[in-house]
Design a protein around this ligand. Structure first.
Ligand code: FES
Length: 114
């Protein structure tokens, strides 16, 4: 079954949200999410590292489009959460849609919200 999302408007469509390779934190539907831009593309991913909860906003984005955790330097692809440094973890990422009226973030529906 394909994933179902609830979409939440983050901001105006022409709002840049975050500069290239910077990391910004916004609250979306009561949940803190990190945003970054790489190659002009906006990405959204979990606030905390899946390894031991490092705050990813205190890390940085490397030249290949990975977020690097500040605690143990594990790397995760902004595109899909793949743990590109090879420790076998998986970073949650969130889909983004650029619509005419704004930037929207998709959060998976849980059975509770159906
Ligand atoms: S907490 Fe992020 S790499 Fe360990």
């Amino acid at each position: 079954m394909s994933k179902q999302y609830n979409w939440y408007r983050l901001t105006d469509a022409d709002d840049p949200v975050v500069a290239e390779q910077a990391i910004a934190v916004y609250e979306v539907h009561g949940k803190k999410i990190c945003f970054s831009r790489f190659g002009g593309q906006l990405y959204a991913f979990a606030y905390k590292c899946p390894h031991a909860g490092g705050l990813l906003a205190e890390g940085f984005i490397d030249g290949q489009g990975n977020v690097v955790c500040p605690l143990h330097r594990y790397r995760f692809s902004l595109r899909n959460g793949y743990n590109s440094s090879g420790e076998g973890f998986y970073l949650k990422t969130y889909p983004i849609e650029m619509r005419e009226d704004g930037i929207f973030v998709g959060m998976e529906k849980s059975w509770l919200s159906w």
